[in-house]
Design a protein around this ligand. Structure first.
Ligand code: B12
Length: 802
């Protein structure tokens, strides 16, 4: 029977650890496990067979890391793995009820814009593996150990494009239920459900106990079969080998508790063995099986944020839409993306929950621009986006590279349009705005609009798009040309709620086109629409009266717990004024049209950071003073946010990029100054540490003060630093470390230098370093910043320090 027909209908069991068993079989550190498919096929077969015999129905091929970054014979390796697993299944006598799973792990690279792997290249990398597995006869694709939802999406898109096998995706969360890139359980599930995978789950990271609360969250939000594959506890090292401390009996007993929560597929990950799996199966298989239930919540997500469309209306910022906006039109023509990013941040600050992105201008290449703008906006804000275009190619390219589950604006009732848009939503997932108009135009009455809405819902059913993911537009049209138009729109909104239990949306400000005092009409209309059940309002969140209506409505309807949002927005309100009250949630200021240097770094707006640095230098400020007063404090704030869990790795990376871009401007300005050589100094960030912004600042300052710097870069092994010092007879070496964990490798470097070249002075620095630490690890000096380093070098070279 096809696995798809069994998933969610009966207990199914996965296999357990692979790498941990191969290590026991003699896999050496650094050796690539998948090479064994060719060199030691019998060992791999016995690994697979052990799991089939233990009772697993889904056994992974030994292809976790079989990608083109590690192998130049991916197809050969994957084909061999599938054949081996098939043979193991045959020998175990399990051909009738067990499946060979094409195992797909992460590439080990970060995707753009966080890293340098473009999304579409990631799709190609995964497609190569999955195609080989499919052609060799694999039965199911298992995408596992994904800590980045974007990479998981790339793998799912690849699987859908090369085969029609069932797809299972399991992610790695931390104990708070967050992915490395910031996403939570609910948002990730929404995205994967939108991509129409067959089962969703969690694997690796930690043991079954720690997985319990996450499994519980999965059961609450996921409508698909749920998979749970924990490690045998947390790994620790004992006499040089990795050991796991949850034995098969303990494993089985916690897995029994997890089974009772209502999950559907269970197995293990690192450290688990066929024994763990067979004991787990014995404990679980007699328990009552609860089929998955459909959950009715609607989520629009980004990589880190998850906006629920429900009772409380959602604000969609309308400002990134060139219609009627001359400055934005010009920015698009000039490819001035920073202008759009600033608009995005201003709307976020003002309280938008989702941002509309429309870049349609006849004279630009809209598909490429859409792709570019989505990538860049997602690198500076967590807010989910609404991809707004009538250009189908732009829509597809935008949906494809979007990181999360977007809102799509829009489909309408025309047959041709449905045929173009709905397959894309069925493939990539999204919450779809539906305009109730068709070949006959826009119906004047709510009856006409509701009839088309009904037809659109029915069409969505045919494409497998859940009705909860359709949002009907009430079609606001100006009352200046049709006096009944607001009434028809409000009626439509109300009927969508009452007759379909559906969601609705309005481009609110269209209602007042051609009238004076538009914001008065708009804000009152907004209140009326919300009272009629409006779910999403496309408005300008920077407009005071609009947000005043919104916040007052929420306060009055008990949608603002403890009135916290209202009070935070209006605590300084002056009676009679209608000025904008910004939300308290963002750190960037929205007062000015452009971001300051600090804001640009914090928000990761690379181009603006460089420009702001140039402006600061042009105004005559000293470069070091700018670095100390703005660059370092803003990176510090980002770092603190990262520590608290309010800033995620993608933003940390973008902030680092912005700081580097700003610093490049300083470097360029300094390159013009004449230099004399006082002496040669080595600078390096120690092994294991890739932070180099601070080290680079110190380097440029030293150069500026007349030193020749040999920059050995980051993650530099002790021997390299010491050899270089010997070779060039260096008197001062500067070492940088930013993490507690890399202070040890700094100490190692100092020790080696003392052995091999004791006359070299070592000055250390970096955020974790203190004078006490420096002393403890045997450094000659600690310098707190670049100027202190210059002063130290001066004293050494002037002979003041020996
Ligand atoms: C930017 C950044 C990154 C960037 C680095 C990009 C790059 N090319 O450098 C990226 C995103 C890649 C990154 C990655 C990681 N980061 Co980081 N990162 C930071 C952040 C926000 C800022 C660091 C910085 O550049 N500061 C600005 C510079 C100018 O300051 P500075 O380096 O201290 O330099 C000054 C002085 O110290 C001195 N100085 C510096 N070097 C030297 C050398 C000498 C010889 C001398 C004399 C003086 C000197 O002069 C400089 C100028 O005044 C810090 C938080 C923070 N506030 O420090 C976290 C931080 C350092 N990162 C942290 C972590 C945990 C990580 C990751 C492990 C995250 C992850 N989960 O993947 C990885 C580490 C990967 C690795 N193996 O190294 C932690 C470290 C925790 C700890 N105490 O151990 C921090 C503190 C964040 C946090 N609070 O959790 N990170």
């Amino acid at each position: 029977m096809n696995l798809r027909d069994r998933l969610g209908k009966e207990w199914l069991f996965c296999d357990g650890g692979t790498g941990s068993i191969l290590q026991k079989m003699g896999l050496k550190g650094g050796e690539l496990p998948e090479t064994w498919n060719l060199t030691r096929p019998d060992d791999i077969k016995s690994l697979n067979k052990g799991y089939f015999e233990a009772g697993s129905n889904i056994v992974n091929t030994n292809t976790f890391g079989a990608n083109r970054f590690k192998y130049n014979n991916v197809t050969e390796i994957v084909t061999a793995a599938v054949k081996i697993c098939q043979q193991a299944r045959k020998e175990a006598g399990r051909e009738s009820d067990a499946y060979v799973a094409i195992d797909v792990g992460p590439t080990g690279k970060l995707l753009e814009p966080m890293g340098d792997l473009p999304f579409n290249e990631a799709v190609d990398v995964f497609a190569e593996i999955i195609k080989a597995g499919y052609e060799a006869g694999g039965d199911v694709v298992v995408i596992e150990t994904m800590s980045d939802s974007y990479e998981a999406k790339a793998a799912v898109v690849a699987a859908k494009e090369v085969c029609d096998l069932p797809i299972i995706v399991t992610m790695v969360y931390d104990e708070t239920g967050k992915l490395l890139t910031g996403g939570g359980v609910e948002g990730t599930v929404a995205m994967l459900e939108g991509l129409k995978v067959d089962a969703i789950g969690i694997n690796c990271g930690f043991g079954p106990k720690q997985m319990l609360p996450i499994a519980e969250r999965l059961v609450k939000c996921c409508s698909l079969p749920i998979v749970v594959n924990p490690n045998a506890g947390l790994p620790r090292t004992e006499n040089g080998t990795t050991v796991y401390d949850v034995d098969p009996d303990d494993f089985a007993s916690v897995m029994e508790q997890i089974a009772k929560l209502g999950v559907h597929v269970m197995g293990g990950c690192c450290g688990t063995t066929p024994d763990h799996i067979s004991k787990m199966i014995s404990a679980v298989k007699a328990l009552p099986f609860v089929e998955p239930t459909v959950k009715n919540d609607t989520y629009v997500t980004s990589f880190a944020d998850c906006v629920k469309i429900g009772k409380k209306p959602v604000i969609i910022g309308e400002r990134i839409n060139p219609t009627g906006k001359k400055k934005l039109q010009q920015a698009l023509r000039d490819n001035n993306i920073d202008y759009l990013l600033t608009e995005a941040l201003k709307q976020e600050e003002a309280g938008a929950h989702i941002l509309d992105v429309n870049v349609g201008l006849p004279e630009i290449d809209e598909p490429s621009m859409m792709e570019d703008v989505i990538l860049k906006i997602q690198s500076v804000t967590n807010l989910p986006l609404q991809i707004d275009t009538t250009n189908i190619e732009a829509l597809e390219r935008g949906m494809r590279i979007y990181n999360g589950k977007p809102m799509i604006n829009s489909v309408n009732g025309k047959e041709e349009n449905i045929k173009a848009v709905m397959p894309l939503v069925a493939k990539y997932g999204g919450v779809l705005v539906a305009l109730p108009l068709d070949e006959g135009g826009i119906p004047e009455t709510s009856d006409g609009r509701i009839a088309i809405a009904k037809r659109i819902y029915e069409e969505a059913d045919k494409y497998g798009i859940p009705r909860k993911d359709i949002v009907i537009d009430g079609l606001a049209m100006t009352i200046s040309s049709d006096p009944d138009s607001a009434i028809a729109t409000l009626d439509t909104v109300r009927r969508v709620r009452d007759e379909f239990s559906g969601h609705s949306i309005l481009g609110v400000s269209n209602i007042s086109f051609g009238l004076p005092a538009r914001e008065l009409v708009n804000s009152h209309f907004l209140t009326m629409a919300m009272q009629n059940g409006l779910s999403c309002a496309i408005i300008n969140p920077c407009n005071g009266p609009m947000m005043a209506s919104y916040r007052s409505f929420n306060a009055l309807m008990n949608l603002d717990p403890n009135l916290a949002e209202f009070i935070s927005a209006f605590k300084d309100y002056v009676a009679g004024s209608t000025t904008v009250a910004s939300s308290a949630k963002s750190t960037a200021s929205s007062s000015g049209a452009v971001l300051t240097l600090g804001e640009a770094i914090e928000r990761g707006v690379v181009g603006r950071a460089a420009e702001a640095m140039k402006e600061a230098l042009d105004s005559g400020r000293d470069s070091l003073e700018i670095i100390d007063a703005e660059l370092i404090p803003s990176l510090d704030r980002v770092g603190k946010g990262f520590e608290k869990g309010t800033v995620f790795l993608p933003q940390l990376l973008m902030s680092a990029d912005a700081a580097k871009a700003a610093f490049a401007v300083v470097k360029e300005a300094m390159a013009d100054k004449p230099r004399t050589t006082k002496g040669q100094v080595i600078m390096a960030t120690v092994k294991g540490d890739i932070h180099d912004i601070g080290k680079n600042i110190v380097k440029v300052m030293l150069e500026n003060y007349g030193y020749d710097v040999i920059d050995l870069g980051k993650d530099v092994p002790p021997e390299v630093i010491v050899d270089c010092a010997i070779k060039n007879n260096i008197r001062v070496v500067g070492l940088s470390a930013l993490m507690t964990t890399t202070v040890a490798s700094m100490e190692e470097t100092i020790k080696l230098m003392r052995e091999k070249k004791p006359d070299t002075k070592i000055v250390v620095g970096g955020a974790v370093m203190t004078p006490e630490y420096a002393d403890q690890i045997g450094a000659d000096a600690y310098a707190k910043d670049a100027m202190a380093t210059v002063r130290y070098c001066d004293s050494v070279f002037e002979g003041l320090i020996r």
